[in-house]
Design a protein around this ligand. Structure first.
Ligand SMILES: NC(=O)c1ccc[n+]([C@@H]2O[C@H](COP(=O)([O-])OP(=O)(O)OC[C@H]3O[C@@H](n4cnc5c(N)ncnc54)[C@H](O)[C@@H]3O)[C@@H](O)[C@H]2O)c1
Length: 288
């Protein structure tokens, strides 16, 4: 995509953090922005904040875990702007815990938002982008947690690895339709993401976060480190600027933390070592 000016962009999780920053930077570049979120209060605050900075955005309710809600928000966007060019599947939540201690309802909650939310977005918006024939782009927000696993983060890692794999596939599938795909993979960004656990089902069912935290010392200890890293993380506006530049360059992987390169290299090295071991065991070499 050569320019974002006058393009219609739909952003999920647009009420806060990275989604809100993307909305701001896109509106500054004269894109037509629809911020979508399930938190109406945040959406309202976001709209007022941006309008105070002289920026115009539209907002709509959307729960990405509910495909009907995504469809309704998409139709509202088409009613308002006539078409959609760019979909940013950005809404996401976190969940930590040790295997054997994570309530299955919490697992379903994070999979429904972090993975199925992305799938619902793609399934809903791809036909709308194809219909106008002007091409478009999809940005899926994964994470460095979609490439590197950390202890006590299995639900978050599982969903973000899935979003990376899903994005790698649909990039190939949508190329002929002139729909580009990128996957945003930040590490620590200064947002509210570490507080999303307050919305998980096991808390809604009457437990307090403190009580749940005491169940797994490893998880709660790690969680405090994660919270500190996020509070000292990158400015979301910088992540937004880089993401838009990457979209205009049609870059697929959008990384934001150069210091993660060494950990990625260690992962590749581990994989490569296993292939060397396999080759040395002659039983698996190519047979005639
Ligand atoms: N902040 C980080 O350090 C970091 C790092 C890597 C990846 N990410 C990813 O970035 C994305 C954005 O998160 P953020 O850091 O800006 O956090 P955030 O909590 O500030 O913003 C997330 C927004 O998503 C909304 N949301 C949550 N569930 C939703 C649902 N079911 N439907 C619609 N909206 C919903 C929230 O209301 C919130 O406004 C997430 O996918 C997250 O996993 C964040």
């Amino acid at each position: 995509m050569d320019s974002i000016e006058n393009k219609v962009v739909f952003i999920t999780g647009g009420g806060s953090g990275i989604g809100l920053a993307l909305g701001r930077r896109l509106a500054e570049r004269k894109a037509k922005v629809m911020l979508a979120d399930l938190d109406l209060q945040r959406l309202d605050q976001a709209k007022k904040l941006l309008s105070g900075q002289g920026l115009v955005v539209e907002t709509t309710y959307c729960d990405v875990a509910d495909c009907e809600s995504v469809k309704e928000a998409a139709l509202e966007t088409v009613d308002r702007f006539g078409k959609v060019h760019v979909l940013v599947n950005n809404a996401g939540v976190t969940l930590a815990g040790k295997p054997g201690e994570i309530p299955l309802n919490d697992w379903r909650w994070i999979v429904d938002i972090n993975l199925m939310g992305v799938v619902y977005g793609v399934e809903t918006f791809v036909p709308l982008i194809q219909a106008h024939g002007e091409g478009g782009h999809i940005i899926n927000t994964a994470s460095m947690a979609g490439h590197l696993a950390a202890p006590a983060m299995s639900p978050y890692n599982a969903t973000k690895f899935a979003v990376v794999g899903y994005s790698e596939t649909i990039k190939q599938d949508l190329e002929k339709d002139n729909i580009g795909v990128s996957v945003l993979c930040p590490a620590w960004v200064r947002t509210d993401i570490h507080n999303t656990g307050r919305n998980k089902p096991s808390v809604s069912f009457g437990n307090s976060l403190d009580k749940l935290g005491q169940q797994g010392d490893a998880a709660s200890g790690l969680w405090k480190q994660v919270a500190t890293a996020i509070e000292n993380g990158l400015d979301p506006n910088l992540v937004a600027e880089w993401t838009i530049e990457s979209l205009l360059e049609n870059r697929f992987y959008i990384f934001t933390h150069p210091e993660m390169r060494e950990m990625m290299a260690q992962r590749f090295h581990l994989l490569d070592t296993e292939f060397t071991t396999l080759e040395q065991d002659k039983r698996f070499l190519k047979r005639n």
